[in-house]
Design a protein around this ligand. Structure first.
Ligand SMILES: Nc1ncnc2c1ncn2[C@@H]1O[C@H](COP(=O)(O)OP(=O)(O)O)[C@@H](O)[C@H]1O
Ligand SMILES: [Mg+2]
Length: 466
């Protein structure tokens, strides 16, 4: 087992998240199991994107297979690699294409969640813009030219891109605010970039531009921002979108197809290298991809681009295509996961372990007896119960794990995707969805059986090197 020290803040964050049924935002590497090839594939993408390339990956796995965990892990790695990251869950109110503000709403959520290594918890937009200015000031000093000149020159690069003229004007306004001590101007510029201006009239009044970020220019703005991040000294922009299944759930065919068309643009741009320093990682369930009536496969042009390698069956895998399949964790993975959790709980000090190895097997046995193989395939509730067990042992030094394990109640997890499809026009749908995905345990439903996916065990067993 690793001898890595775990910082108290990280330890507490990991344990607190998992105990409340959510995937940790930081420190995922302390508990990560399996997925070595998938991680390597996306890390390769990141290097290419940092070099001025682009890339789009679809992360496809059943409910509970670890998509959100993987997204967070890769987002953390991207930050380490000096990327600016943005992330959001799609929902009925947040889409890639819309006509009633839902795309702008997705954009605004992404901007709120903007993170960098120095500001991993979000809200990094203003810092990125500020970095652009300080970078330009430094360069101006080095080359002994007026800062204004350096800034204008940089921004002229942006002006050539779609929507770039106004984007450049906004950054210039920020610079003016910086230069003249006009805090209001700086705030307004950042508000514009966040997509918070609702009307063109307002934007014109405070910033002198005729456009705002709206549904129609959502993606062009992301491309601009990606280019802009490099001018501020970052490697590029890494976009993580989760819960893509919400597009599949759109009842209106036209609305759904418009969203798929947007995805096609993104995929085409990354295949053709038309979006420099921009990467996408999109998490969704197999239905979202494969369903030929409502999924991405219902959209002919996407189906042909995303079709999986027909040779990659029967245990063979291919990590070079745009689709990355996440199979459910194996019992071996789950065992390793328990050892990691025990390790993290003890802050990396093996002398402080609250349980011996034998107890880990017994815990797995108990889970298996109560809920069957979902205990390792969709481990959210079992992970949570394991941590609860550790908490009891820690606070009751005399207690015996043998008698405790048998008493742990574990309910199988509910899969919100098995619920009836939401009608997109139903305003209540959003909150129902939130409520369902927010609920960690929902004993009424049964967990989705993992699909008959090829290539499960072998490649994952490699992780069982303790
Ligand atoms: N590779 C992994 N290593 C460690 N824990 C994982 C891994 N993948 C998933 N998990 C854990 O499994 C549970 C379910 O994962 P999650 O990402 O929420 O699934 P999904 O988003 O596909 O529904 C979470 O508790 C998560 O922490
Ligand atoms: Mg998820």
């Amino acid at each position: 087992m690793t001898a890595t020290k775990i910082r108290p803040r990280e330890r507490d964050a990991i344990i607190h998240s998992l105990r409340s049924g959510v995937v940790p935002r930081t420190g995922q590497h302390h508990i990560q199991v399996g997925r070595a090839e998938e991680v390597r594939a996306v890390v390769c993408d990141l290097d290419r994107i940092a070099d001025g390339g682009s890339g789009t990956r679809f992360l496809i796995g059943e409910y509970g297979s670890g998509k959100t965990f993987f997204l967070n892990l890769l987002r953390t790695i991207a930050m380490e690699k000096r990327f600016v990251t943005i992330h959001a869950d799609l929902s009925p109110d947040r889409r890639l294409h819309a006509t009633r503000g839902q795309a702008r709403s997705l954009y605004a959520e992404l901007m709120r969640n903007m993170a960098t290594r120095g500001k991993p918890d979000g809200g990094a937009l203003a810092t990125v813009v500020e970095r652009f200015v300080t970078q330009a000031l430094t360069d101006a000093r080095t080359h002994n030219v007026a800062p204004e000149h350096v800034i204008r020159q940089r921004l002229s690069e942006l002006s050539e891109m779609v929507g770039g003229y106004d984007f450049a004007e906004i950054v210039a306004a920020y610079w003016t605010g910086h230069d003249t001590g006009n805090e209001q101007l700086k705030t307004d510029a950042v508000r514009w970039l966040r997509g918070e201006y609702a009307t063109k009239t307002d934007a014109r009044a405070s910033l002198g531009v005729r456009t705002i970020i709206d549904d129609a220019n959502f993606y062009d703005q992301l491309k601009l921002f990606a280019r802009f991040t490099t001018m501020a000294g970052f490697a590029g922009l890494f976009v993580c979108l989760d819960e893509m299944v919400n597009l599949y759930k759109l009842a209106n065919t036209q609305a759904r197809n418009a969203n798929y068309e947007q995805i096609l643009r993104i995929v085409n741009d990354s295949l053709q290298g038309n979006a420099a320093h921009l990467g996408f990682l999109l998490g969704g369930t197999p239905d979202f991809l494969l369903d030929t009536r409502r999924g991405l496969y219902s959209y002919q042009a996407l189906q042909s681009r995303l079709a999986e390698n027909t040779y990659a069956t029967g245990g063979l895998v291919d990590y070079s295509g745009p689709v990355l399949r996440l199979d459910g964790l194996t019992p071996e993975d789950f065992y390793v996961l328990l050892t990691r959790l025990r390790h993290v709980y003890a802050s990396g000090d093996s002398a402080a372990y609250l349980l011996p190895d034998d107890a880990l097997y017994q815990f797995m046995q108990h889970c298996n007896n109560v809920i069957g193989d979902t205990y390792f395939r969709t481990p959210r509730t079992t992970v949570k119960e394991f941590l609860n067990l550790l908490a009891v042992l820690e606070q009751n030094p005399g207690s015996d794990w043998r008698s405790l394990i048998g008493t742990i109640a574990i309910a199988p997890e509910g899969n919100p995707d098995l619920a009836p499809l939401n009608d997109e026009t139903d305003p209540a749908a959003a909150s129902v969805h939130e409520a369902m995905t927010g609920a960690p345990v929902c004993a009424a439903h049964n967990t989705a059986a993992p699909g008959p996916v090829a290539g499960t065990a072998d490649d994952e067993l490699t992780t069982l090197r303790l």
